[in-house]
Design a protein around this ligand. Structure first.
Ligand code: GAL
Length: 442
């Protein structure tokens, strides 16, 4: 066996989505406004001027999407719970909001699927942002309460939990820079927000341990950072971006300390919460990033550079599957107590069209890259493709299509692409390859 079939028995194939990107129905059943409703309403923030107000209308069409998942046959399904549906103002309980996820989880289980729930995929209740958002410690405490409320209702059935999706992306692009909500642009002033979001992760882990038997992990974005040349200055720039993108968020979770004197006043109690043992560590990977030393006077200690010599996706992102192998082996080398890994997101955007051979090639090569890492001794337990459906791609609106299923955003009709059929076939073949031999009857 080579390639995908060589992935171990029980390897969990799945797909990922997020609430604001697919649900729509932003003012229904008591949902409160989130920072994404606010951000999308500000002129110039979103490439095509759109919002997630309707998105894929998954809130109403979820039974059809569940049917797609059943047909796909990949048993893992990662979705996110919209905090402002459950707690419209970031406190209390809006039972109707939680009812939606209750039905979804039951539907997933009865279709033989394993629900992996993310509690925060970037849709902070606007009321909490108005009070200071992640710059305020109290927001982390509110998040711990929210996690308890969700666990009390769904803790008996959700099989996997990711408290926070990509804390690094949420803080670095939403608080340090301006590309994602709330778009604050505080540069290094965003550091306290990083600590509070990590503390939120820790408080949620604690609440979920109390209220659920499900496995608890993370979904952290990682990319290998490449210096454009081997010069000391460029290598120094790469180390800086690696520090802020990868280590600032992974070290406290996996080592119980911040790197390089950052956030040096974090208390031991906070760090103990943040570094509680996890059942899996989730990695979201898309591409490597190249940097060079910054021009004099630059506010940042690195400058982004192009990666050449590799094919690119519709987004212009370089396709480098070997970088995923490096990333997974690198995590194992850097973190001695690394729990089992799950690739909680990996995928690509290509222009609309059903014959998406380029996506098949991307997914095939990246699954092989995971198999390669497993062959080198890294314990990787699953792979979740981003994404089941074309959806609202944050600041890029509906211009980037990541779906195994094409969505017509006029009619909201769903049509599976070639990649859907291909992925279903890989899952089936892997299952067949690992089916225990039938007991002989004499
Ligand atoms: C991730 C994010 C997803 C999705 C994906 C593709 O960073 O968690 O929500 O947008 O990128 O860009």
């Amino acid at each position: 066996m080579s390639g995908i079939e060589s992935l171990p028995a029980g390897f969990l194939f799945g797909t990922s989505t997020a609430a604001y990107q697919i649900e729509g129905a932003v003012a229904e059943d008591g949902r409160g406004p989130s920072i994404w409703d606010t951000f999308t309403a500000q002129p110039g923030r979103i490439a095509d001027g759109s919002s997630g107000a309707v998105a894929c209308d998954h809130y109403h069409r979820w039974p059809a999407d569940l049917e797609l998942l059943r047909r796909l046959g990949a048993p893992g399904y990662r979705f996110s719970i919209a905090w402002p549906r459950v707690q419209p103002d970031g406190t209390g309980l809006n039972a109707r909001g939680l009812d939606f996820y209750d039905r979804l989880v039951d539907g997933l289980l009865s279709a033989g699927l394993q629900p992996m729930a993310t509690l925060y995929h970037w849709d902070l209740p606007q009321r909490l942002e108005d009070a200071g958002g992640w710059l305020r410690r109290d927001t982390a405490l509110r998040f711990g309460e929210y996690a308890s409320v969700v666990a009390a209702r769904l803790g008996d059935r959700v099989t996997h939990w990711c408290p926070v999706n990509e804390p690094n992306v949420a803080i670095l692009q939403g608080y340090a820079q301006t590309g994602l909500a709330p778009g604050r642009g505080l540069l290094f002033g965003a550091l306290p927000a990083a600590h509070h979001l990590l503390l939120a992760h820790g408080l949620a882990v604690e609440a979920l341990r109390r209220g659920s038997h499900g496995r608890i992990g993370t979904a952290t974005n990682h990319f290998p950072v490449w210096p454009v040349t081997a010069s000391e200055a460029d290598r120094g720039a790469a180390a800086q971006l690696d520090l802020f993108w990868n280590r600032l968020f992974a070290d406290p979770v996996l080592l119980g300390r911040y790197p390089h004197g950052l956030l040096a006043d974090a208390s031991p109690d906070d760090l103990a919460l943040i570094s509680q043992p996890l059942d899996f560590y989730g990695v979201n990977y898309y591409n490597p990033i190249a940097v060079r030393a910054p021009a004099p006077g630059s506010p940042l200690p690195f400058e982004y550079a192009d990666i050449t010599g590799h094919p690119v996706t519709g987004f212009g992102w370089p396709v480098v599957p070997a970088a995923l192998t490096d990333l997974l082996t690198g995590l194992k080398a850097r973190y001695p107590a690394l729990p089992p890994l799950i690739v909680t997101e990996n995928g690509c955007s290509y222009p609309a069209g059903l014959d998406d051979t380029a996506r098949v090639d991307y997914l095939d090569a990246h699954l092989r890259a995971v198999a390669e890492a497993v062959g080198r001794g890294v314990d990787v337990r699953g792979y979740y493709c981003w994404s089941l459906l074309d959806n609202f791609e944050w600041a890029d609106g509906y211009t980037q299509r990541f779906g195994l299923v094409e969505v017509d955003f006029e009619t909201l009709e769903r049509t599976p692409r070639r990649s859907f059929t291909w992925y279903a076939e890989q899952v089936r073949r892997h299952r067949e390859a690992h089916r225990p031999p039938r007991a002989k009857r004499d």
